[in-house]
Design a protein around this ligand. Sequence first.
Ligand code: HEC
Length: 100
Amino acid sequence: MKFICTLIFMITLLLSAPLMAADAAAGKAKAATCVACHGPEGVSVNPMWPNLAGQKEAYLAKQMRDFRDGRRNDPVMGPMAKGLSDEDIANLAAYYASLK
Ligand code: HEC
């Protein structure tokens, strides 16, 4: 019986995970590879690379999805977005939007 309860609890947790709000801390962890171009605080050091800090969350998420799905093309940024899941994108957008 205890096992069944634990099982039900675990399944509920798993199912509710995608409904939870975007996680900026997880986004920060995921951003380790973005730092090289977009800077450690989302402010780029190179005029070729846009700043991301403080940009609107919905805009950032849309741009990343567009790069990933091929609606927006850039030889540098396109491949960077290829491996991102919807959850990664939501978290990254929350993280960069939270920066100043
Ligand atoms: C090798 C350099 C490089 C890396 C690494 C990189 N980017 Fe980019 N990123 C770019 C460039 C260049 C652009 C601008 C592309 C263009 O002009 O269309 C860009 C554009 C963007 C934009 C759109 C900004 C805007 O204002 O439209 C977002 C969002 C973004 N990058 C997020 C990320 C994230 C998140 C990561 C890490 C997963 C990442 N980038 C890693 C080079 C990079």
